[in-house]
Write a protein that binds this ligand. Structure first.
Ligand code: G1P
Length: 301
């Protein structure tokens, strides 16, 4: 295999599943003919942020669960001999090397979700590849910026200790709970909770807390059996939340990660990601910050 395991995470999880079959209706018309995972943030597609986080957390193999119209992703993570030849001819060796690096990030496996039956159903499509191993799930719409400590690496440290599923959570304003999976928990350590109940997209009145599931999970393979038995739930879809709920008696944990999450499946989250991530780039920061300052002055902010 072309990838090497980073030295920091002491865990045995090597696979990450990326459900990437959704239509992206919140981002129309940008997603009419392009996969939402291929929308550009600064200078790379949303999905590449997730795969880079996975690799930085010690993941070697990525299972992309796709659907029709998503083949652009396969090209992005493949060799591009003609492009590389042209970059080489122009003396742009750094760019050529970068194209190679992207294609060698991880071992990629593609499986199809043939019908849009929900997130739980999408994860289940990866079962033949994952087998009887623990694995991560990444919801690619969520770009997670954990700084020097990737959010998934934070979850994997908890997993290495507990050997049970761990879900990334963040507190959300009360009015936002209908957008998320919401948890009832018992605190068992710093930022760490044992989950007692979970409900997908509750009404504001029914939500058991303000702790919301964000798009990173470490799961154990018993979730596949649970998902096989899971009936359609919220929105008439087979929900990952409902599958994980069946495992609560054996222990499932929530970890309130440190870092910043951008929901790139929404226009506001996408705009915020673009501005904040551009401001973190050493090669773009100074000029872009000057532009934003000037813009604020001009608009009277
Ligand atoms: C999914 C999950 C939900 C989670 C959310 C995070 O919902 O089902 O539990 O809180 O992602 O973004 P979706 O946004 O796909 O409707």
């Amino acid at each position: 295999m072309a990838t090497t395991r980073p030295t920091h995470p002491a865990h045995d999880v090597r696979t990450a599943v990326f459900p990437a079959a959704g239509l992206g209706t919140r981002m129309l018309p940008a997603t009419k003919a392009s996969p939402k995972e291929m929308l550009n943030v600064v200078d790379k597609p949303v999905i590449q942020y997730g795969i880079e986080e996975a690799v930085a957390s010690g993941i070697e193999r990525v299972v992309l669960v796709t659907a029709s119209g998503k083949s652009m992703m396969e090209d992005h993570f493949d060799y591009a001999p003609e492009l590389e030849r042209q970059l080489e001819a122009k003396g742009k060796t750094a760019e050529r090397d970068e194209m190679r690096r992207i294609a060698n990030l991880a071992q990629l496996v593609y499986v199809r979700q043939k019908e849009a039956r929900g997130l739980g159903h999408a994860v289940l499509q990866a079962r033949p590849v994952v087998g009887r191993e623990p694995f991560c799930v990444f919801l690619p719409d969520d770009i997670m910026d954990g700084g020097d400590d990737p959010v998934t690496a934070q979850l994997l440290r908890v997993y290495a200790e507990r050997r049970r599923p761990v879900i990334a959570v963040e507190r959300v304003p009360r009015q936002d709970v209908p957008k998320y999976g919401i948890l009832a928990v018992e605190e068992v350590g710093p930022r760490l909770f044992r989950i007692r109940d979970m409900v997908e997209k509750p009404g504001v009145e029914d939500a058991p807390s303000d702790l919301a599931i964000m798009g990173r999970y470490v799961l154990t393979p018993d979730v596949f059996d649970a998902l096989e038995r899971t009936a359609p739930g919220a929105g008439g879809e087979i929900q990952l939340t409902d599958g994980i709920k069946a495992l609560l008696d054996d222990g499932v944990y929530a970890y309130e990660y440190t870092g910043r999450r951008y929901d790139c499946g929404s226009k506001q989250g996408y705009l915020q990601a673009t501005v904040e991530l551009a401001l973190k780039r050493p090669d773009l920061r100074a000029e872009f910050r000057a532009f934003l300052g000037d813009l604020a002055t001009r608009s009277g902010a």
